[in-house]
Design a protein around this ligand. Structure first.
Ligand SMILES: [Zn+2]
Length: 80
């Protein structure tokens, strides 16, 4: 019985880490302009329209590594 519970716990852990991995590999958009400090979930984000540089597609993990945080417009849209 104890073994089954351990197995279920291990499987649940595997599943949750797998979904976290997918999120980290998700594609996000960043503006290469000097003033840009955030990343975007959508290429059509209003904040990206005022981008002074180029819009680049990178992974979410990469964006976080660069010290970017989720854009407030994209964050608001994701909640809807
Ligand atoms: Zn945005």
């Amino acid at each position: 019985m104890k073994n089954i519970l351990t197995l279920i716990a291990a499987m649940a852990l595997l599943c949750s880490s797998a979904s976290a991995q997918i999120k980290k590999n998700a594609r996000v958009y960043i503006c290469t302009g000097k003033a840009a400090k955030s990343y975007h979930l959508s290429q059509k984000c209003d904040a990206l329209k005022s981008c002074k540089g180029e819009v680049k597609q990178i992974s979410m993990a990469e964006a976080i590594k660069k010290g970017r945080h989720l854009c407030k417009y994209c964050k608001g849209n994701a909640k809807k």
